[in-house]
Design a protein around this ligand. Structure first.
Ligand code: ZN
Length: 342
């Protein structure tokens, strides 16, 4: 995914130029609640529902399994092998699996064979939610100082979101929810222009090629979901998840639903309430092009000492050592609560 400079707002004009028409949100913190003198007592809190137990250790094993395939860069052997494993694992957990194959052209003209992989639980139910992550990994370590032209493990960037969703798929197969759930693994999210290019393209459409492909042509014609939740970089030690700017602009209610659930579960330390700059990630295209308002749970720091994505973003440090099963577990428990409360 691409970072947008935290103190600049280049994104708006670029997206407007593309016809995205995004409304820019100030990225400087919490909103002030409206004050009235005779404030009504707050409504009673919705109780948490009972859910199956999400295991962070199991999610971690799913991350490790992906890393074992090697980098999951489109057109590589590791990519093909991992795709087969993802589809068969979803199937094994009882999902109706659809693999959408396609061809997209990368920023440098490389034609990529992509696979967007979907697992449907309760496919007969009309009321649905879409939970998704990208499963490909970055072909370069372009933010590293060594071996910058080599691909990264992508344990967090790619692997973690998929790991959480596979563990959730296991639960969904055992204990069907009321709502229909689609698990989506998008390809070619991370094949955007490398940092070293002197004249980087300004439009950001070189990122998220798989979700853009799918948003134009869903795996099921006329596919609808009430909302979507994207997981990206949700497994690193020391993670924080602020409210992501693009999600706040395009799907504030979905953000509220997830962050309120986390707060009620006592995870306000991880799910925080400041607003990040708008980022370019699959949720932008799924929200705007496919019309499924989506929230992005993404590791992004807003401290002055550390600003931006998790420290090992697009470096060789994005490996299994960076992953904390407890972080995967907390994200998974929140997501599980959101799904079973529907
Ligand atoms: Zn990335």
């Amino acid at each position: 995914m691409a970072a947008v400079g935290p103190l600049t707002n280049p994104l708006t004009s670029r997206l407007l130029a593309l016809g995205f028409g995004l409304i820019l949100l100030a990225s400087c913190g919490e909103e002030q609640p409206a004050r009235t003198k005779t404030a009504a007592p707050p409504p009673a809190e919705r109780p948490l529902v009972k859910t199956p137990a999400f295991s962070g250790d199991s999610a971690y094993r799913h991350v490790a399994r992906q890393v074992d395939f090697g980098p999951r860069v489109p057109n590589s052997e590791g990519h093909r092998s991992c795709a087969n494993w993802l589809a068969s694992t979803l199937e094994q957990y009882g999902a109706d699996v659809t693999v959408q194959t396609g061809r997209v052209t990368a920023y440098d003209g490389t034609v990529l064979d992509i696979q967007n992989i979907f697992g449907a639980f309760r496919p007969e139910v009309r009321r649905r939610v879409l939970l998704y992550a990208h499963w490909d990994t970055r072909p370069y370590a372009d933010k590293d100082s060594v071996r910058t032209d080599e691909p990264i493990d992508g344990a967090n960037d790619g692997g973690s979101g998929v790991g959480v969703l596979l563990e959730l798929a296991r639960l969904l197969g055992d204990s069907l929810p009321s709502v229909g759930v689609d698990i989506g693994f998008f390809d070619a999210e991370d094949y955007g222009e490398p940092e070293w290019l002197p004249n980087r393209d300004q439009d950001y459409t070189d990122w998220c090629l798989g979700s853009q492909y799918w948003s134009r042509k869903p795996h099921i014609p006329g596919y609808r979901a009430r909302y979507g939740i994207l997981l990206d970089m949700v497994g690193a030690r020391g993670a924080v998840f602020h409210r992501e700017g693009t999600s706040m602009a395009l799907a504030p209610n979905v953000v509220d639903k997830v962050w309120e659930t986390a707060r009620r579960m006592g995870h306000g330390d991880l799910f925080r309430n400041r607003v990040t700059p708008q980022t370019i990630d699959d949720n932008l295209f799924v929200s705007q092009m496919a019309g499924i308002p989506s929230a992005n749970i993404v590791h992004y720091h807003l401290d002055t000492r550390m600003m931006g994505y998790f420290a090992h973003h697009h470096t060789h440090g994005d490996n299994l050592d960076a992953i904390d099963p407890d972080v995967l577990g907390t994200v998974g428990q929140v997501l599980t609560q959101v799904v079973y409360a529907e």
